[in-house]
Design a protein around this ligand. Sequence first.
Ligand code: PEP
Ligand code: MG
Length: 752
Amino acid sequence: MRGAYGGPRVLLRRLREVMAEPVTAQDKLDRIVVLIAANMVAEVCSTYVLRVDGELELYATEGLNPEAVHQTTMARGEGLVGLVAGAGEPLNISDAQAHPAYSYKPETGEEIFHSFLGVPILRAGNTLGVLVVQNKAHRTYSEEEVEALQTTAMVLAEMIASGELSAIARPGAEPAVRRPIQAKGVPLAEGIGLGIAVLHEPRTVAVENLIAQDVTKEATRLDEAVEKLRVLLDEMLSGDNVAPQGEHRDVLEAFRMFAHDRGWVRRMREAVLQGLTAEAAVERVQSDTRARMLRATDTYIRERLHDLDDLANRLLRILTGRDHGPAEEMPNNAILVARSMAPAALLDYDRTKLRGLIIEEAGPTSHVSIVARAIGIATVAQITNIASMVEPGDALIVDGGTGDVHVRPPEDVQKNYADKVRLRARRQAQYQKLRDLPAVTKDGTAISLMMNGGLLVDLPYVEETGAAGIGLFRTELQFMVSPTLPRAGEQEALYRSVLDSAGEKPVIFRTLDIGGDKVLPYLRKIEEENPALGWRAIRFGLDRPGILRSQVRALARAASGRTLRMMFPMVATCSEFDEAREIVERELTHLRKWGHELPQTLMLGAMLEVPALLFELDELFDRVDFVSIGSNDLIQFMYAADRGNSRVSDRFDPLGPSMVRVFKKIVDKAIEKDKPVTVCGELASNLIGALVLIGLGYRSLSVSPAAIGPLKAMIRKTKLADVQSAVADLLRNDDDQARQRFIDLASVADAS
Ligand code: PEP
Ligand code: MG
């Protein structure tokens, strides 16, 4: 840096003065380019802003022809300016015209300038524009000059992000940071959410904190914060909450490594010495790192980006004194935006204010999406970089049915969705009216509609939906959202609340279904080639009976004097059921011996999810009190198609001939043996799926709470005889005709 005007510190101080002046955005920009040019002894300084249409527009210049301002534009990727924007990295060359990407714009009069330094104007790794200095002489700018210009670009980034420039933009050509974005992700939880963006991990740097008043003080603040961060990580790693091995520890170890990385700390210190506040220095370095890492093709590097982001956020929180966790002031129609989120963190938010969730990293079977479905908020996942593109306070729409997300949507899109929400609310009100009416077909056959659940937050739905009971209580959810293994007392308390709130209605508890995709953070993760076929559910329970035994004891104590219904997941052979029953009986004997009052009645069932059991149906029904079909797993294993892998999960028809025959075989056997059978997988929540099952003879379905209203409305308008004849078509393989008949039958629910 040539220090003629005092270097970047002085420049930043002057910029702060300009930013505070009550002048128009254009005046500010004009003064900023003059200041930068003077400070860097450059003949030219220009600011290009990325527009919604992807063009880079010259917004201000010192040194080029002033007539070119708001006239000259470049496509992204065109010319040197486009190159800088596209790469997100500085370009420093002594002979601009000799560069193959050089694009001549005669109106600017730039042909007399040879050397060129362009830096991207970055915010959270996204390019908002390009800042350029040029000189007549052939020269290469020093590393310090490049750094100084990057730091200055940060001030411009804040100015663009604040939306100030929209006032001087032509309609349709506004700065890209405010542009509407439409993206498609993976739908995880049904519903439509319209609301205001709330960032789960807010970016905490505010414009007024950007420029240091006292550099020495800022350097000390930074050093102290880094030290505090290191101590914090050491404490976390030596504490009891982190398992000795596993992902959590790996991530923390990586954090600790970064926190001691000299390069990282040095770069932040340099930024402070240039005149930024400690917070701004953290953000500045992180933004550069993001820009570089986002363009990396190596997935390992891209994954590490999140670790680094998390670490920078922790440091920012130390510096700003803002604690991690839900924002203090939540709007009443909040849409949460997160890169990733622990299921328990979602439960920390006020559910009545949440309208939607957009999350970069989550799959359909991930824990956070299970919780999102349980609390009924529209959720979409897997939209790359969405957490960086959204600003707090932006208008957002989340469509959990289609996976569509709209950021800053235009008015017509907003209106369209508002209509959809109203329509849904009207339907919901109609379903509400059916709440206390039975689910009976027009020709008088009753269907028991129960609901699936697994968390305390699910319990009010029994009452709200008028469900006939809880047909599947997934006990593993309590284990999945808890940071440590839930104690026996905690388990018992949950089970007791469930039974209390269900009152006279039946509840079927499923014993722990962990393993496979359901990983507990505090249990050592076993590496398995095929986790879905691995050491999970009842297999784990039988091999490690300690956990199963204490769960059985907790269930029995919670149900003392009442009926206890319990079933085992993933039973593959009748002998597994026998073994599990023996464990239960031993525990009951033990409790009796110690004088505990036992459940008045015990009913033990098996989940039918493994195809092998289809060939032991006689023996199975002779042993159990009831059977519940886990259609999600049964379909996955029948077709050998991973339910969590979107490439294959929709490949096969869940109502294809082989599946329909399987469902028929099971229900026929249940009728013959006079034992209850329920279907509790997602298929039963689907209108057409439910119709086919009813037509086959099923009289009990356990579905998601949101499906109860639509299913009941449909059942009450349907004649069983019609469904049975459509099923007969289906069984005769008269596929197309049967399909159309089911679509027609199901459509009566929508018409209600
Ligand atoms: C199923 O497999 O259909 C089921 C209900 O169990 P889960 O989805 O919890 O595996
Ligand atoms: Mg299952």
